[in-house]
Design a binder for this molecule. Structure first.
Ligand SMILES: *[C@@H]1O[C@H](CO)[C@@H](O)[C@H](O)[C@H]1NC(C)=O
Ligand SMILES: *[C@@H]1O[C@H](CO)[C@@H](O)[C@H](O)[C@H]1NC(C)=O
Length: 626
């Protein structure tokens, strides 16, 4: 790397200076200070740069120096620079749901940071029911995030975790959540957030964000999408279901941010509802941090929901409701006019900015040189370390759930099961194992590779992909099962079936997967094991009732080392310790149940079965469907 003074001939310089130049070279990749650069004496001596001053005073000082035009450009994720005060632009949007993610413009993989440790998708990690593990993952992720920030490859504000309740089994984003139990979700939220944010008083290692507040758990079902949906929710369900994880995240996790959602709750867009934002999150729960919109949700409630008649009213409503930051350009475009027209006071804008600026100061962004600060030493060597990758493997082991073990059939024996047919569209999965809101993994161990470490494998896809639209590859799979001592079918879903903006229509295995499993099990010489990859639950009662299928495992989306963990469980190197964090309903459950019906409790007089293990009544469903 070139530095400014490297043009002097090296030979003429004393050793110590050469060493100094080499060190400069090593740091050449490090980012410049965001603000308060000691090289800029004019700005770095201003009071808001004084590390010794209390943060509220530094915030007040800075706010007093900003013009209205500068202020509104700080209300958006792509915050503009204020060069005359020595403040650079900042991209607020980074994600780290289960590892530093490449979703969001704040993070960039490549160069010194080709990958980051990719932990299991959250639904799998939640299945460990282990808060110690969740916090440990948060610590590792924030080490890697800080390392990437120091190298100029990531931000410090992460819009993770997603703690919405997995209310309906079809939800495409259920995989991102800790499941359906409010207290488990809240415990997950608090633990992961603590791991991410560190344990240094008011100071933040990175700033986490619990999202999406609230009653958001429908993406696109039967012509209704999240941008248009008005969730009609009872006070009781808000209190004992939807609020719980967010309240725990704020109060127990001390999260630095909460994100409001796209949908309306009882007729009001969540990002424009002072009752939800100002009164509940900030007033009752005492959020110490900022409230951010989901990306473009202010634009969505103006343009799509037509909630206000002018964009200025939308901007004013959002800020007056308690929104501090807009993911999207809307507030930078319309806030100034909203103030000019008297819809909003400058003091309201100041309150919003006070919340975001304080978080940036708690992160150390106004303390000058990143390398001189806590975590300033973290760099590429601290990403994808053996210890971090081992924790990803450990998390998968703790999250895999043994759904059925007939006989018992598991564990396999490396003496008796020397040849294993490894079959199925997910049998050699790699990126499928990390689910959505992932990054670039350090490396993968697919199920085929993992099992290959214990036995000789015969590999057959069985279906071209998880959609499994035809039986062209069935005979190869059946022949493999005929020859092997044991057969492992790795089936299930991927992002083509369940994802953001893609809710499922049913709960069965897609296409002809079920037929493949049954035919292979029928033909197999040895034991047949079914391994499922999915975020949402799958109705596999056909397999549970098939005496030829010895065991069923659910692996969720088990992360970069998922195949190794599956093999460890199959061969008994580790016990499957996971417990399901969501109910596995029969397919009939959804056949007459609108995803849009938000009621949690069952209601016999309208044949409503209720939702989640707390309220779903099996016998009632049966009296209706059977
Ligand atoms: C929870 O996870 C931690 C970290 O992996 C592990 O050391 C501990 O044994 C786990 N606890 C239980 C009860 O499994
Ligand atoms: C399994 O996947 C890896 C990585 O995508 C690939 O290199 C390998 O060829 C695949 N193996 C088989 C047998 O398809």
């Amino acid at each position: 790397m070139k530095t400014g003074i490297a043009t002097t001939t090296m030979a003429s310089l004393p050793q110590t200076i050469i060493l100094f130049l080499l060190l400069l070279g090593a740091f050449a990749q490090a980012r410049d200070p965001f603000a308060c650069d000691s090289k800029d004496v004019k700005t770095s001596s201003l009071p808001f740069c004084k590390v010794s001053m209390p943060i509220p005073n530094r915030v007040t000082d800075l706010l007093g120096r900003l013009t209205m035009q500068e202020k509104v450009r700080l209300l958006v994720n792509n915050a503009a620079a204020v060069p005359r005060l020595g403040i650079k632009g900042y991209e607020w949007w980074s994600e780290a749901l289960h590892g530093v993610s490449n979703v969001g413009p704040g993070t960039k993989f490549g160069g010194a940071f080709p990958g980051a440790t990719s932990f299991p998708q959250v639904i799998t990690t939640a299945a460990s029911f282990n808060a110690t593990l969740w916090e440990a993952i948060g610590r590792v992720v924030s080490d890697e995030a800080r390392a990437m920030y120091n190298g100029g490859a990531a931000g410090l504000t992460y819009w993770s975790p997603n703690v919405n309740i997995f209310r309906d089994p079809r939800w495409g984003r259920g995989q991102e959540t800790p499941g359906e139990d409010p207290v488990l979700a809240g415990t997950y939220a608090a633990s992961y957030v603590k791991g991410l944010q560190g344990n240094n008083g008011d100071r933040l290692k990175v700033a986490a964000c619990c999202k999406h507040f609230t009653a958001y758990d429908l993406d696109n079902w039967n012509g209704v999408d999240r941008f248009h949906f008005n969730a009609k929710v009872s006070k009781q369900d808000i209190e004992d279901t939807f609020d719980v994880p967010f309240k725990m995240c704020v109060q127990d996790g001390n999260v630095a941010s909460v994100m409001c959602s796209y949908n309306q709750v009882n007729g009001v867009p969540t990002c424009a509802d002072p009752n939800l934002l100002k009164r509940t999150i900030r007033g009752q729960w005492n959020l110490n941090g900022y409230i951010v919109s989901d990306c473009d949700s202010v634009g969505v409630f103006y343009n799509t929901q037509h909630y206000t008649s002018t964009p200025e009213e939308a901007a004013a409503d959002a800020i007056k409701a308690g929104l501090d930051l807009d993911c999207g350009p809307f507030l930078a475009q319309y806030t100034e006019n909203a103030v000019t027209r008297g819809l909003l006071k400058e003091a309201d804008v100041n309150s919003a900015l006070a919340n975001t600026l304080a978080v940036q100061m708690r992160l150390g962004m106004f303390d000058g040189e990143p390398s001189a600060q806590p975590f300033g030493n973290l760099g590429p060597k601290d990403v994808c370390t053996p210890a971090h990758q081992e924790l990803a493997l450990e998390a998968a082991r703790q999250g895999i759930v043994l759904l059925n073990n007939r006989g018992p059939s598991l564990p396999l024996s490396h003496l008796r099961h020397r040849t294993v047919a490894v079959i199925g569209p997910n049998s050699n999965a790699t990126v499928t194992m990390i689910g959505n809101y992932a990054g670039v993994a350090c490396a993968y161990t697919s199920p085929l590779q993992g099992i290959g470490n214990y036995a000789k494998t015969i590999h057959q896809m069985g279906c071209e992909d998880v959609a499994c639209n035809d039986d062209k590859l069935f005979s190869g799979a059946i022949n493999a099962a005929r020859q092997a001592d044991a057969t492992v079918l790795v089936m299930g879903l991927d992002q083509s079936i369940e994802a953001e903006f893609r809710d499922r229509t049913g709960l069965l295995l897609p296409g002809r997967q079920q037929e493949l499993v049954s035919k292979v099990a029928m033909a197999a010489k040895g034991l047949t094991i079914l391994v499922l990859m999915s975020g949402g639950p799958i109705d596999v009662s056909f397999a549970k009732n098939d005496p030829r299928i010895g065991a069923i495992l659910w692996a969720g989306y088990p992360g970069q080392a998922g195949g190794a963990a599956i093999a460890d469980v199959l061969y008994g190197t580790t016990n499957p310790e996971g417990k399901l964090p969501m109910t596995w309903y029969p397919q009939e459950y959804v056949s007459n149940l609108p995803m849009t019906d938000m009621a949690m409790r069952s209601s016999p007089n309208r044949n409503y079965p209720g939702r989640t293990y707390k309220f779903y009544k099996l016998h009632q469903l049966c009296s209706y469907h059977c």
